[in-house]
Design a protein around this ligand. Structure first.
Ligand SMILES: *Cc1c(COP(=O)(O)O)cnc(C)c1O
Length: 491
């Protein structure tokens, strides 16, 4: 059967993408040509990343073109793609580029990109029901459990990122402590629950406490040692004091890989302390979890297997394209009791499409859920856990090398010990120098570290998370930073 493209005033290039019947291409051959072009252009882009600056600021005139009214008429896919190539692609975050070391961003892979395309083609909704995608997500949960030493019947769920995974863990801990009724009653102020996290914990932990309705006054910030790790003695003292005052330790958050310096809390001791006081033990291992794939680094995470829940991201050190956060909960029952409900329109049956014994919507707040599992499944299979572990190790080796180079300069000094893959350094003076160096590195597209504050001072922070970042980029960063420091002084 031939389809009949509608008449319309179309642009000169390319066919339109709908028929009177539906939104499928009127001309599949033409669609194929454009589709292959799009794929080839993206592969070209990734292949030639190194020849471009890390980052280019979106020009004002380009940005201003993104304030247009709703497009009413159709436009050829190839035209829109042309606009993408000119106006969107060149002005990315730069986190795919080997020179990107800012914040904690994954680099993505071609494998992940292709899998994401397949997932979009399949257009699966992983809220529940009886289809294969659900089993792929469950496979990832088994792998995550194996990776982190959890029982295989632990529940695992893809979410946007660790921020939400931490939030889900907190809600689950709340249910574990107060029981199912808390979903109806909420937590009464007289219950006085308290959450504990180190000063070095990610800010999303505080936000999770706020969003939960407990209020961030319920969060105790525990001091850290010289290396940025939670002080377990202080945790013990604080909890004991709180309990004497009638407060209830709800959850203790340990971090495996702090956002500032990559420090890893003594998870075994934190676990013991949490358990002694009847608190839920949660680990934020946003990027650090991937260190479990390296036999050399895995011992650093000792104690993570004792956690009641772990939040982490495949989209950071796992290199899976955004977004692919994950929450792993030891007791699947308590996670389910936190979220499950069964309205009539989601009725489960014994057979047919509405069957299936695991509906992810019972284990988290989302009903409609994308197929994040597929790009993760492809990534873990194509590279294999060992190769990914080697990649993680190499990032740490690059960080170690960068730290050595910094330590060998007289201009810069390390601001914190390098526990894993994050190097914080800076010049002691002049004031404002470190911020300026980072901004200039960005503006010139030379490298993209970020800044943070350590001991009250702004420092340069290079997080080696991208699989493409090597020793060369470490050299380039140090050389450029040295040059910029001289420029700053001579301005
Ligand atoms: C990145 C990060 C988070 C937040 O994770 P998202 O995926 O960005 O939501 C939380 N904790 C730590 C330690 C992180 O590095």
């Amino acid at each position: 059967m031939t389809s009949h493209p509608r008449k319309r005033g179309q642009g000169s290039t390319g066919r339109l993408f709908s028929t009177e019947r539906d939104l499928d291409p009127a001309d599949w051959d033409a669609a194929r040509v454009t589709a292959h072009r799009m794929l080839d252009d993206m592969l070209d882009h990734i292949e030639t990343l190194r020849s471009r600056p890390v980052w280019k600021e979106p020009p004002a005139e380009v940005v201003s073109r993104f304030r247009e009214p709703l497009p009413r008429s159709e436009r050829a896919l190839s035209d829109v793609h042309g606009q993408f190539l000119e106006e969107i692609l060149p002005f990315g975050t730069g986190n795919t580029h080997p020179g990107f070391m800012g914040w904690v961003h994954g680099g993505g892979t071609v494998v992940g990109m292709l899998a994401e395309m397949l997932a979009a083609g399949l257009n699966a909704n992983l809220g529940g029901r009886n289809h294969m995608a659900i089993h792929v997500e469950r496979q990832i949960a088994y792998w995550a459990a194996e990776m982190l030493g959890f029982p295989t019947d632990a529940a695992g769920l893809f979410v946007t990122g660790t921020s939400i995974a931490n939030f889900i863990a907190l809600l689950t801990a709340r249910n574990a402590m107060f029981g199912r009724d808390v979903r109806a009653t909420g937590i009464k102020p007289s219950e006085k629950p308290v959450i504990y996290a180190a000063r070095s914990a990610h800010d999303c932990v505080r936000r999770a406490v706020e969003m939960s309705g407990l209020g961030s006054n319920a969060l105790r910030i525990v001091p850290t040692d010289q290396a940025g790790r939670l002080e377990v003695d202080m945790l013990e003292t604080t909890i004991a004091q709180d309990r004497r005052r009638g407060l209830r330790p709800l959850m203790v958050v340990g971090t495996a890989g702090t956002v500032d310096t990559g420090a890893i809390d003594d998870l075994t001791e934190v676990a013991r302390t949490a358990r002694r006081h009847g608190a839920w033990f949660h680990v934020d291992a946003a990027f650090g979890a991937m260190a479990a794939l390296s036999p050399r680094l895995k011992p650093l995470l000792a104690g993570i297997e004792l956690a009641d829940s772990v939040a982490f991201d495949f989209h950071k050190w796992g290199q899976v394209p955004y977004d692919a956060g994950f929450v792993l909960v030891r007791d699947a029952g308590v996670l389910k009791a936190t979220f499950a409900s069964q309205p009539d329109y989601l009725r489960r049956v014994g057979r047919g499409l509405a069957a299936g014994d695991f509906w992810p919507c019972d284990y988290g707040p989302d009903l409609s859920r994308g197929f994040r599992a597929l790009k993760t499944w492809f990534t873990l299979q194509v590279y294999g856990a060992d190769r990914l572990g080697q990649m993680v190790e190499r990032c740490c080796d690059v960080a170690g090398y960068l730290a050595e180079r910094i330590a060998a300069t007289s201009e810069f000094e390390l601001a914190a010990p390098v526990a894993l893959n994050i190097v914080c350094f800076g010049a002691r003076h002049p004031a404002g120098c470190n911020e300026w160096i980072v901004e200039e590195l960005h503006m010139r597209g030379l490298a993209a570290p970020s800044t943070t504050t350590i001991d009250g001072k702004t420092v340069i922070r290079a997080a080696i998370v991208n699989h493409r970042t090597g020793f060369e980029e470490a050299d380039r960063l140090v050389d450029a930073a040295l040059k910029l420091k001289r420029e700053f002084e001579n301005r």
